[in-house]
Design a protein around this ligand. Structure first.
Ligand code: F6P
Length: 359
């Protein structure tokens, strides 16, 4: 049996642990593994498919990124091709399916988030047997308690908050940290709790800037002359919209967010006398070595993907349920988001800790 493995969408700490898990578990069964570079894009270019051996995955556990490369622009059902000087979106999925057959690949492991897993489902419908592995630092994918990469991102954001705390306190300033999280505020919420933030703003709870100011003023009256705010990039004011940096449709398939930290800073400036500074953590959250948790989760997901292939459980993805690795239908995982429940336990606990959630 020869299987293919690819990583799609944005990169994420722990991708290499998954690839290594897939390769090791497959080789033990006497299978061959074909590594496909740059997501589904690799299936359109013969030179982007190569055998993966033990030698290829040696020493990659602590490495960030993906040894296979990735892209969030290679959807074969809507592939950008230059025609008459204009970019046209063309369905090249037929070519992808024949390439998979030509390569002698009998099944694919797709490691990706919502977008890549949706493409995987569509390819399944065209007859390609696939299993999935859920990936995203945002932790917004349904069907698994947690995605790999998320833990590392939260750790990076927490480290940043720790550093911002000391400078906020020294200068008696308001420090705003903008973290990733387009539609889900998990990174902001958990890093905010871990890093002792005073205010946490998430997309699930549109914020009221006057109340945010009120919380900072109240802290000042209690002798706390600084405040630390962590905001998800997708947070937005009550009655307002997300801050979009680049609209979808150009080089970017989905709209790029960014800038809410600056917006909050300007809004605070209207009410407060204090200095406000903004730090945008950006792709630092996606890069670098994965935490122990993500290395273990990624490795277990990789092994599980191979077990699912062996069972013929196509259309399933590996998932974490409690402490166990299990499986979940990709079909039920995609197209809806795992977001923070504004009335849920974690939000209530954060508020019980005295953290202001913007409402
Ligand atoms: O979905 C993961 C994510 O990191 C989001 O949090 C963020 O908005 C987006 O990817 C950034 O994507 P890009 O690398 O294309 O700028």
């Amino acid at each position: 049996m020869k299987i293919g493995v690819l990583t799609g969408g944005g990169d994420c700490p722990g991708l290499n642990a998954v690839i290594r898990g897939v390769v090791k578990a497959s080789l033990q069964r006497g299978w061959e593994v074909c590594g496909i570079e740059d997501g589904f894009d690799g299936l359109l270019h013969p030179e982007k498919c190569r055998p993966l051996t033990l030698e290829d995955v040696r020493g990659i556990l602590p490495r960030g990124g993906t040894i296979l490369g990735t892209t969030n622009r290679g959807n074969p059902f809507s592939y950008p091709l230059m025609r008459d000087g204009k970019v046209e979106l063309v369905d090249v999925s037929g070519e992808v399916v024949s390439r998979i057959r030509q390569l002698g690949i009998s099944a694919l492991v797709v490691i990706g988030g919502d977008g890549s897993l949706k493409i995987a489902l569509d390819l399944m419908r065209r007859g390609v047997p696939i299993v999935g592995v859920p990936k995203t630092i945002d932790n917004d994918l349904c069907g698994t308690d947690v995605t790999f990469g998320y833990n590392t991102a939260v750790q990076t954001a927490t480290d940043a908050l720790d550093r911002l705390h000391s400078t906020a306190e020294s200068h008696h300033r308001v420090m705003i940290l903008e973290v990733m999280g387009r539609y889900a505020g998990w990174i902001a919420l958990e890093s905010g709790i871990a890093g002792g933030a005073d205010v946490i703003l998430i997309p699930e709870i549109p914020y009221d800037i006057e109340k945010v100011c009120g919380a900072i003023v109240k802290r000042g009256k209690a002798g706390r002359r600084f405040s630390v705010i962590v905001t998800a990039e997708g947070a937005f004011p009550k009655g307002g919209d997300r801050v979009v940096k680049e609209a979808a449709g150009g080089r970017s398939v989905v709209e790029r967010l960014g800038g809410v930290g600056e917006l909050i800073s300007r809004e605070l400036g209207r009410f407060l006398e204090m200095d406000v500074r903004v730090t945008v953590l950006g792709h630092l959250q996606r890069g670098g070595t994965p935490t122990t948790f993500d290395r273990v989760l990624g490795s277990r997901f990789g092994v599980k993907a191979v077990e699912l292939l062996a069972e013929g459980a196509f259309g399933q993805m590996a998932c974490l349920r409690g402490r166990e690795i299990a499986s979940f239908p990709i079909e039920d995982a995609v197209g809806r988001l795992n977001v923070v429940d504004p009335q849920g336990e974690m939000v209530r606990q954060a508020e019980a800790l005295g953290i202001m959630l913007g409402r």
